[in-house]
Design a protein around this ligand. Structure first.
Ligand code: NI
Length: 143
């Protein structure tokens, strides 16, 4: 099994807030991330496809096609946006990195697999909110 990753960057604003809880709860849980007037991150996104190299092309996926899909499905809707208010596919979710990687995976899966040689799969989506805070969604990994 060969793993191929496309790395990209985007900037976005968000606020962590659970509207079903009161202000005290939100302050206790989210602290500064709950400030009402938003804050921003320089996100790094890693999208990994797994499969066997195609015998004719040698590719698990054509990285220029993967780049276009990530741009269309994630970067265009999210870059320089407010993740709480501006992105239709994130509506109703609290934009933690954990929730974002799951939403991004769902958003990418069909297009990535349609562009992959037979048998290649979208393997994981990893999001660096900062250099030190990272979330990854991979439905193939178990603990
Ligand atoms: Ni934040």
């Amino acid at each position: 099994m060969v793993f191929v990753t496309r790395k990209s960057h985007f900037n976005a604003a968000h606020r962590l807030n659970n509207p079903n809880k009161d202000e005290q709860w939100n302050n206790d849980i989210y602290g500064k991330c709950n400030y009402p007037n938003w804050h921003g991150h320089n996100y790094t996104l890693e999208v990994t496809v797994a499969g066997e190299p195609d015998p004719e092309t040698g590719f698990v996926i054509d990285l220029s096609r993967l780049k276009k899909i990530v741009k269309k499905k994630i970067l265009n809707p999210c870059d320089h946006r407010n993740l709480n208010t501006d992105v239709p596919f994130l509506e109703g979710i609290i934009p933690t990195s954990e929730n974002l990687v799951k939403a991004f995976f769902k958003q990418l899966k069909d297009d990535v697999e349609a562009a992959s040689p037979k048998g290649s799969v979208l393997y994981s989506v990893k999001l660096f909110e900062t250099e030190r805070n990272i979330a990854e969604y991979c439905p193939y990994k178990t603990i």
